[in-house]
Design a protein around this ligand. Sequence first.
Ligand SMILES: [Mn+2]
Length: 305
Amino acid sequence: MPKALIVTHAIPDADAVASAMGVKKIVGNADILIPGGLNATARQLLGKQQVLVEWPEKEYSLIICVDFSSEKMCPGILERKEKKIVIDHHTPKREFLKHVDGYLIDKNAGSTTELVYMIMKDHGIKPEKQLRKIMAAGIYYDTVSLRVARKTSLLAMADLLETNEVNIAEMIGSIGIEPEESEKIARLKACQRARLLRENGVIIASATVSAFEGPAASSLMQAGADISFVGSKKNGRIGARARPWLTAKGFSLSEHVFSKVARDKPWISYGGHKGAAGMQGIKQEEFKQVLEECVEKARKWAKGL
Ligand SMILES: [Mn+2]
């Protein structure tokens, strides 16, 4: 069988890397491309597994995109001539789907890894011990340590554990994914610099860091915020999180905050889920105001709660 190319989004998370490795197990004859290079997560999960970090010149039989449904998350994808298929759990950009030849997208799946595991199961493919751990990590991290996991995520996790000898924490801990020091510092700085606002029982926290705005927004949540916005002026990005009790009441970061803030700013794009989303392309000169507007839109929604 001719060779396939499995590609993740740039700056991959555990879910993206685990999905790619799972798809490689299914397909067999395939290369993995992590566009833009390896970050700490990719290095730790891949171990000795060799991957490409730049688009190769040669042509493949098929490109399999994992964990993204927007060309913005994977620069260079649209220039490729090969047929493409997508396996993902994000809300897809319609424009992107016009360029692909097939897709398995389930917005209700807690992770792409879980979808890949379903394919494995359907085909009677059993991942070996190390890959089981990696796939468990993919599910674990994308479901916020299983806090937002649904039944299918938990069933996949239970299968991946296979024996009763270890618990989830031991299994994930054994691969030793540690955030980079710069990420830990960004998380701590977000907590140190957090500006708090209370509206109608909802605590909204915001902060600026130089990078890792998404994880930093998660740290504000762990510390007690109900909605958090953490921006990086340098990267022109804002990461945001909202607690499940708010999304259960209908709150959506994309709908109630980002779409409104970006309405007359077509250079800003955004994506993600109701309770975890990000915005990018923010200009330096408008950064402070955009961050404040995010807080204000969230406050407005909380007021009507
Ligand atoms: Mn994912």
